[in-house]
Design a protein around this ligand. Structure first.
Ligand SMILES: *[C@@H]1O[C@H](CO)[C@@H](O)[C@H](O)[C@H]1NC(C)=O
Ligand SMILES: *[C@@H]1O[C@H](CO)[C@@H](O)[C@H](O)[C@H]1NC(C)=O
Ligand SMILES: *[C@@H]1O[C@H](CO)[C@@H](O)[C@H](O)[C@H]1NC(C)=O
Ligand SMILES: *[C@@H]1O[C@H](CO)[C@@H](O)[C@H](O)[C@H]1NC(C)=O
Ligand SMILES: *[C@@H]1O[C@H](CO)[C@@H](O)[C@H](O)[C@H]1NC(C)=O
Ligand SMILES: *[C@@H]1O[C@H](CO)[C@@H](O)[C@H](O)[C@H]1NC(C)=O
Length: 693
């Protein structure tokens, strides 16, 4: 279908390459008579001053602007004698454009914009955020995309191996860039006008990209920023649309385009843009009139009651602020987009009504909410309400939230924002329609039946990949501290996503200054934690091991009623060479034996009582992804168990257990946490119930 349309056009008109050259010095106004002849979609709009705005600074938007007619970017090769097999050369072209990226908050912006040549100007399936409105996770890297882009990226995205949060890069059918270079000393998100040139020489198969600021007079630098040898004939189709695409994520920038020129058929010859005649972007004012308008509309729409509530909240807030003047740190304002207003969340959850309650656990209650602000109307979210009596702890924690909010991985439950109100912290997450893994494993039989082996194994790989990201792939190490089945949520595609990361830290700064509580859940808690009280990546790995065995066996890590420690039981099966007996009998033998062997070995290895003997998440992810049992080294046998003493001190004394702190609508079924006798390392530290720091 997508093939037919261009062919028809070709037959009917044969003039698709009529415009070999065009210049927009500002869009609209001028000679163009207000109509710039561009195809706009998404949120792109033409401002009266002739500046094209691809996105504004609202989160999760995307916008496109394309030259309306397709251009002939492939030409049949003339070399040889009529050999038409693969006989196409990518045409030379040259383009220059002027743009500005204005972040909503100075220094923080996202995600950037791109010059793009694509076979389809609708860019089907494209997503905002890190995908820049070009592609999506589903078609990333697919050769059928026919997408060539030069990105001006203002977010360092680890998923795509970005070099920094201010770079220029060449993308071929993917967002994992084929060539990139830091834009520094030019700051792409400074709000200043930046000039860029993209030149492709089809004979030399050389692509050059240059940038400059208007303060250097807007002259093209003599040496390009990127010079990349590439044959675009492998990417282009015979006719391509050229234009621009931009997107925003949680943090947002407005992306503007002031001018654009293009010439087909010659490298380096795009008509120069006259900087002085381009429309000028008014310097961003702090009082955004668009926003004031929104407030006026809101105020007139909502009844006096809401106004009263807001007034009361504002009054209380003012009083609160007066009492604690240091509460709003300057950086909190910087991270403004994350901050929801309390009335907004209250409205979304219908006043935290019990009917909207999805679950409750150690960290607080979780409500389903439907946002109603005009930016994100209809967005379904999960709102977690965390109460905390210690203001000191809360302050540090909110600082931490700011960094957690920047974590981005497809297997993490995305934190959309937060709101802070007295001792309450409200965390807003993406809503996970399929509930928690725990619920599927141990809920009713129907759910368990849906959890096929393939699904279980995929979910384990998902969680491994999320933990690997937290441990090794982000700017700094993030410990999860409470990996367990009820913290693994399932999204609409039944992919596993890890939730509640970083939350356990809140409980470390307990009400009792000078003491630290060990946080975690019995059965997932690494033995050394009770001794040292110090969370480590190895302790997360231990918890992951318990999760792996739990998912494979369909049994909880510790079954007090049966006096069963799952890892001991699994080890016995494994040592007897019967690892397939570890697999959940409810699967009725319907599982991949090779994958099961990998999972059992990895699970046992991670469950090793000595932290140094456990693998890293990188190794774990590699073995799970490989799916080859022969590749996984045999897990080292655990040291002999110390003699079991029946405990004098209850576990409750030093373990906070959060049985179900997930986002799903589920009956809360606390794990019993009192049976100590079966826990193999219970005797190690029964006396040191609080570990001082
Ligand atoms: C816009 O389109 C009209 C007719 O389709 C054409 O005459 C004009 O040159 C175009 N302008 C630009 C800037 O391409
Ligand atoms: C940004 O654009 C979107 C879509 O056009 C609109 O809903 C939103 O109100 C705009 N935001 C601002 C701050 O102007
Ligand atoms: C035509 O070109 C292809 C690839 O460039 C080559 O493999 C093939 O041998 C050529 N055929 C002739 C008849 O030249
Ligand atoms: C690439 O896209 C085509 C067409 O959309 C699809 O059939 C194919 O499965 C995709 N391949 C991959 C690896 O995503
Ligand atoms: C671009 O990168 C992708 C993967 O990163 C690779 O598969 C592809 O071959 C590269 N293309 C070129 C022309 O270097
Ligand atoms: C690209 O840059 C190189 C210098 O690095 C230059 O020799 C070449 O002519 C340039 N090509 C184009 C198409 O601008």
């Amino acid at each position: 279908m997508s093939l037919l349309a261009p062919v028809l056009l070709l037959l009917l008109a044969c003039n698709f390459a009529a415009a070999q050259e065009f210049t927009y010095s500002g869009f609209g106004g001028g000679g163009g008579g207000g109509n710039p002849n561009l195809t706009l979609n998404g949120v792109t709009e033409l401002r009266p001053d002739g500046i094209l705005r691809l996105t504004n600074d609202t989160s999760r938007l995307m916008g496109h602007a394309f030259y309306p007619s397709p251009l002939r970017l492939l030409t049949p090769s003339v070399s040889g004698s009529g050999n038409r097999t693969n006989g196409y050369t990518a045409s030379s072209f040259s383009t220059a454009f002027a743009f500005a990226i204005v972040p909503e908050y100075p220094r923080l912006g996202g995600h950037g914009f791109a010059f793009v040549a694509a076979a389809d100007r609708c860019l089907p399936g494209a997503l905002p955020s890190q995908y820049l409105g070009l592609l999506s996770a589903a078609d990333l890297g697919n050769a059928t995309n026919h997408v060539f882009a030069v990105e001006f990226d203002t977010v360092k995205d680890f998923e795509f191996g970005d070099i920094d949060d201010n770079h220029v890069a060449v993308d071929l059918n993917s967002l994992v860039s084929n060539a990139s270079a830091p834009a520094a000393p030019i700051n792409l998100k400074s709000g200043d006008t930046v000039l860029a040139w993209v030149d492709y020489d089809g004979d030399a198969k050389l692509l050059n990209v240059s940038i400059a600021t208007t303060s250097d007079g807007g002259k093209k630098p003599s040496a390009p920023l990127i010079s990349f040898r590439v044959d675009l004939a492998g990417i282009f189709r015979e006719q391509m649309y050229v234009g621009f695409s931009a997107s925003t994520g949680l943090l947002a920038s407005s992306h503007y385009l002031m001018g654009w020129s293009f010439k087909l058929g010659a490298a380096g010859a795009a008509p120069p843009l006259d900087v002085s005649s381009l429309p000028r972007l008014p310097r961003p004012s702090t009082a955004d009139d668009g926003r004031n308008k929104t407030t006026v509309v809101l105020a007139s729409v909502f009844s006096a009651f809401v106004a009263l509530v807001a007034l009361a909240a504002a009054g209380a807030y003012a009083a609160y602020r007066f009492k604690n003047r240091d509460v709003i740190e300057p950086w909190e304002l910087d991270y403004g987009p994350h901050r929801f207003k309390y009335p907004e969340l209250k409205r979304a959850t219908r006043g935290f009504r019990d009917r909207e309650l999805l679950g409750s656990g150690g960290f607080g209650k979780v409500y389903r909410g439907v946002l109603q602000g005009n930016n994100n109307a209809g967005n379904v979210v999960a709102v977690k309400r965390v109460s905390h009596e210690s203001r000191q702890g809360l302050r540090e924690f909110v600082a931490e939230i700011a960094s957690i909010g920047r974590l981005r991985h497809r297997n993490l439950v995305q934190l959309q924002g937060w709101c802070r109100r007295r001792g309450d912290l409200l965390l807003v997450y993406d809503f996970m329609p399929n509930g928690s893994l725990d619920m599927h494993l141990f809920g009713d039989g129907l759910r368990a039946a849906r959890l096929t082996w393939a699904l279980r194994y995929k979910i384990l790989r998902n969680v491994a990949s999320a933990l690997l990201y937290l441990h090794e792939e982000w700017e700094h190490v993030v410990l999860h501290r409470d990996v367990k089945a009820s913290n693994v949520l399932l999204d609409g595609d039944m992919a596993g996503r890890l939730g509640d990361f970083g939350l356990a830290k809140l409980y470390e700064h307990g009400a009792n200054p000078g003491t630290t509580r060990v946080v975690g859940t019995l059965g997932y808690l690494a033995p050394e934690l009770t001794r040292t009280g110090k969370a480590t990546t190895a302790a997360d790995v231990f918890a992951f091991g318990a999760l792996v065995l739990e998912v494979v066996a369909g049994r909880r890590p510790i079954e007090p009623r049966e006096e069963l420690v799952l890892s001991d039981w699994a080890w016995e099966r494994y040592a007897a060479g019967e690892e397939e007996k570890v697999v959940d009998a409810r699967l009725d033998g319907a599982f991949d034996a090779e994958e099961a062997a990998v999972a059992v070995k990895v699970g046992l290895w991670c469950s090793h009582p000595v932290p140094a003997a456990r693998p890293t998440m990188r190794e774990v992810a590699r073995y799970l992804d490989g799916g080859d049992a022969a590749e996984v080294p045999p897990p080292p046998p655990p040291p002999p168990l110390p003699p079991v003493r029946s405990g004098g001190v209850g576990y409750d004394d030093f373990v906070y257990s959060f049985p179900s702190s997930s986002f799903e609508r589920a009956p809360v079924e606390p794990h019993s946490q009192t049976s100590v006798a079966t826990f193999p390392f219970s005797s190690l530290s029964m006396r040191s119930s609080h570990v001082s720091v």
